[in-house]
Design a protein around this ligand. Sequence first.
Ligand code: UDX
Length: 451
Amino acid sequence: MNICVVGTGYVGLVTAACLAHLGHRVVGVDSEPLKVEMLCRGEPTIYEPGLTPLLQDGLRSGRLSFGQDLAAAMAEADVIFLCVGTPPRHDGSTDLSQMEEAARQIGERLRRYKVVVEKSTVPVYTADRMKRTLAMYSGGAVDFDIASNPEFLREGAAVDDFLNPDRIVVGVETTRARDLLLQIYEPFRCPLLVTDVKTAELVKHASNAFLAMKISFINMIADLCEATGTDVQQVADGMGYDRRIGRAFLNAGVGYGGSCFPKDLSAFIHIAEEHGADFSLLREVRRINETRVDRLVRKLHQALWVLKGKRLGVLGLSFKPNTDDIREAPSLTVIPRLRQEGAVVRLYDPHAAVQMASVIPPEPGKVEYARSPYEAAEDAHALVILTEWEEFRALDLEKVRGLLQTPIIVDGRNLFDPAAMAEAGFEYFSIGRPDALRPRQPQAARPRGAP
Ligand code: UDX
């Protein structure tokens, strides 16, 4: 099928490359010339595992191309996927100006029937507005359909999520639109749910809100585990074996970030307010998440007492592993807090350091960027872990201990076993688990016969 993808950000680029991989002819359109140039050369504009070969194969086979000219890109297309940005506004609602502009531009260039599909995450009723805009700018003479087909792609696993989804949700108003979309997804063997458009729009927000709720729930339990000397990971395991609950998204830590959960939760709360529904549960989910950085900083105080003048190695800057994305990452809040308290930070991330340096630039003697986790640990009073990169799990801990000025690790992602860390000579503070302090020196043997 001929497909046009409008917007080549995370969602658009992965969607375009994967649809071409499935055998469709896809044209990706973007208004940024530099982005288009890079993509035409086969250079991905984002770091996403598995994307480069799909992009390059697609270009080589001629099934995938990119351009700036919307009219040319949509001329042959039967289906247009809208993957433009839907950023948050100050009040938490969604800025839909890029969606509106896309609808206007598509409307003006509409010459024959097409299905226009929302893939970006949008509030319920967006399709209604899109439909009116498309009709207005196309002059009402050309037939079209609007549909919702939300993406559930996780950054860092987006290609795999696209090609092996848990489910596909298609919200349509006509059988013509349904048949075209089902044709695209014909090779998939997962459950395929066909709904009306508003329901599909709601599924996306409800899914992300539920996942965020699981994370805040386990973080709340983590606080009680700390107070009672129990282990949140064991509690999560015990809960997770219940198939009604599931173990996924029950990892306690320094909180969720990224371009989706914080934004989608606020948007969903805003939508509920507009429609008079009580979403105080989700307000609490958001509040709990916002307290996580405070708790981590408190742990650093517990470990180091005063932070002023201390050297801290910070491992992990992206909001989660396998991505270079730092949007809403806990590191963006943690690092300024540490600097405010007068700590000197040396930052390391395998992929996100360049992005972070554009927000928190290096300042000699205050903010430094390390080329390896070991360089970050050198002469530091403590290591702080903010992202669970595999590289950190595989660290040579003996080497790390030798490099640190004082062998302290504050782990915001529970990478290591506390008992093993104590055994290895660390003072180890993690989330929702007992602190592990170094084993005491063995007591001198008592004289035989002593009481
Ligand atoms: C999310 C949704 O998973 C995806 O379906 C949607 O389309 C976009 O939003 P993403 O933001 O890429 O994807 O990352 P995800 O893997 O869901 O993690 C989000 C955040 O939650 C990360 O900061 C992660 O560290 C945190 N998290 C996740 C936890 O703190 N604990 C967990 O158990 C799981």
